[in-house]
Design a protein around this ligand. Structure first.
Ligand code: MLT
Length: 325
C-alpha cells in the first residue's frame, strides 16, 4: 500500500514538473533544423522568420543545417526528436510532399509523424540558367535544351528536393533527359551555376532573385500564373508559351510527433506574429517570397496541404519513374 502511494505521488510530481516545464516554455534556445545547406532558400526563410519568432518567444531560435537525401535526413531528425519544443524543423513541398513517392524506406510519414506549426512562405519556381547559356528567351531555351539535353546538366538539391521535383516535372513536360547533378542545397548549386559549372535549374525564387537582378544568372520564366513583384521583368511560363509548366513551392515549420498542444500553440502564435511583422514581411517579399494569408496559416491548413501534396506528387513522380537510390 505504502509503495503504491509513493509511486502515485512520484508520478503526480513528475506530471507537475512536466506541466511546469511546458507552461514555462521556452526556457532555453530552440534548434530549428534546416534540412539543406546554409545560404539556400529554406535556410534564408528559416533565419528570417526565426529572427522575429525569437523575440516573441524570448529565446533564440538557432538554425542547424542537417543536409542530405533531398532533405529527408534533417526531417527524420525532427520527426524523432524529443517532443519538448526545443527541436523544430523547416520542411517543404519536397520533404513533406514528394519524399514518400521517392524514398521507399522513408523513416517518416509526413501526414502522421509531425506536429504542424504553420506555413512560413510560398516560393514560386523560376527556370534559371548560367549567364552565358545559349538562349535569349524561354522559347529558345526550350528549343536548345530539347536539341541538346544529353549534353546538358541540371542542378538540384538531392532527390525529392523542390529543385529536383520541379526539375523532373520540367523534364517530363519537355521530354528531355539532362544529366541531374545533386548538391546539398540550392545555395551551393547556385554558386556553381554562377561560375558556369552547371547549365540550368528550377529553383525557389528567394534563392535566385538577387542573382537574377544582379545579372549573374539568366531567368527565362516564373512558373506561376502571375509575375512576381520582385522580378517584374521575368515573364510567366504561360506568357512565354509553356503554360503546361506551372508549379510553386512552400516552406513550413514542423515539430516532432507528440509535441504538446500548448507548446504547439506558442510556436504557432510566434510564427503568426512574425508573418504580421512589417520588417519580416518586407524581407520575404523583397526576395519574391509569398507571405501566407491568414487562412493559409496555422496547423490545420498546413496538415491539409501536406496531405494534398503527397496525393499530388506521388502519381507524377511514379509516372516519371524516379526513385531514390
Ligand atoms: C534549399 O534550401 O537548398 C532548397 O530548399 C533545396 C530544394 O529543395 O531545392
Amino acid at each position: 500500500m505504502k509503495k503504491t502511494m509513493l509511486m502515485t505521488a512520484a508520478a503526480l510530481a513528475l506530471t507537475a514538473v512536466a506541466a511546469q516545464a511546458q507552461s514555462n516554455y521556452p526556457q532555453r534556445p530552440i534548434t530549428m533544423v534546416v534540412p539543406f545547406a546554409a545560404g539556400g532558400p529554406t535556410d534564408v526563410i528559416a533565419r528570417i522568420v526565426g529572427d522575429h519568432m525569437s523575440r516573441t518567444l524570448g529565446q533564440q531560435i538557432v538554425v542547424e543545417n542537417v543536409a542530405g537525401a533531398g532533405g529527408t535526413t534533417g526531417m527524420t531528425r525532427v520527426s524523432s526528436a524529443t517532443p519538448d519544443g526545443y527541436t523544430i524543423g523547416m520542411g517543404h513541398m519536397g520533404t513533406q510532399g514528394a519524399a514518400p513517392a521517392l524514398y521507399p524506406n522513408l523513416k517518416y510519414d509526413p501526414t502522421k509523424d509531425f506536429v504542424p506549426i504553420g506555413m512560413a512562405a510560398g516560393t514560386p519556381i523560376v527556370i534559371v540558367a548560367k549567364k552565358d547559356f545559349q538562349a535569349t528567351d524561354l522559347k529558345s531555351f526550350v528549343d536548345f535544351v530539347k536539341a541538346n539535353s544529353a549534353k546538358l546538366n541540371m542542378a538540384h538539391a538531392g532527390v525529392g528536393s523542390v529543385s529536383h521535383t520541379t526539375g523532373v516535372l520540367l523534364s517530363s513536360v519537355l521530354d528531355i533527359k539532362p544529366t541531374m547533378v545533386a548538391y546539398r542545397g540550392t545555395g551551393p548549386a547556385l554558386n556553381d551555376l554562377m561560375s558556369g559549372q552547371v547549365d540550368f535549374m528550377t529553383d525557389q525564387i528567394v534563392n535566385v532573385a538577387p542573382q537574377i537582378t544582379g545579372g549573374n544568372i539568366k531567368a527565362y520564366a516564373i512558373a506561376t500564373p502571375e509575375r512576381s513583384p520582385a522580378l517584374p521583368e521575368v515573364p510567366t511560363t504561360k506568357e512565354a508559351g509553356l503554360g503546361t509548366y506551372e508549379v510553386s513551392a512552400w516552406n513550413a515549420i514542423f515539430g516532432p510527433k507528440a509535441l504538446p498542444k500548448d507548446i504547439q500553440t506558442k510556436l504557432v502564435d510566434a510564427l503568426d506574429k512574425a508573418l504580421d511583422d512589417d520588417n519580416t514581411k518586407k524581407r520575404l517579399l523583397e526576395l519574391g517570397g509569398v507571405v501566407p494569408d491568414k487562412k493559409d496559416r496555422g496547423p490545420e491548413a498546413l496538415q491539409k496541404l501536406v496531405e494534398a501534396e503527397v496525393a499530388r506528387w506521388t502519381p507524377v513522380l511514379k509516372a516519371a519513374g524516379v526513385v531514390a537510390q
